[in-house]
Ligand binder design. Sequence first.
Ligand code: FE2
Ligand code: FE2
Ligand code: FE2
Length: 182
Amino acid sequence: MRDMTASNLRSAYGGESMAHMRYLAWADKAEQDGFPNVARLFRAISFSEQLHATNHFLAMKDVKGGFNVTAGGGFGVGGTLEQLKGAIEGETFEVNEMYPVYIEAAKLQDEKAALRSMTWAVAAEKVHAALYDKSRQAVEAGKDVALGAVYVCERCGYTAEGGAPDRCPVCGSPRERFKPFA
Ligand code: FE2
Ligand code: FE2
Ligand code: FE2
């Protein structure tokens, strides 16, 4: 893998890994704050971020050795509303800034495995931002979010609310590959 794409993909791996852990911590806080559906959403999306990190890691399986990785990630624990705003900010950064630039670099360098794992990730981040925003609106009104079962594709991390699609619109996996968070 070319150096620039490998460096970008390691940074994306770091960001996804931190998001995975951060959302688990924020899920526990939402549970304590009395928002069980928001907590369930954080846990479902945490699983999606774990899959993104894993797919990036596997795309770099031949780039071996130790590296210092610089990656963006939010820190701190506050109220559920504050955590939702932090989550929206992180997802929006990935959708509008990080992945578009990294994806263009991977295209330029003809790095197909990196291109695939990052294209898969950004498709899910768009859904994550929307589901977090729906939750933000409910919590701002003092209510838990009305949220159906959340389904996460175990291959690419694509996330859907209310029902699993017959085939994943991102990676083509069948319905049985979706993990429910109900
Ligand atoms: Fe992600
Ligand atoms: Fe995400
Ligand atoms: Fe998928």
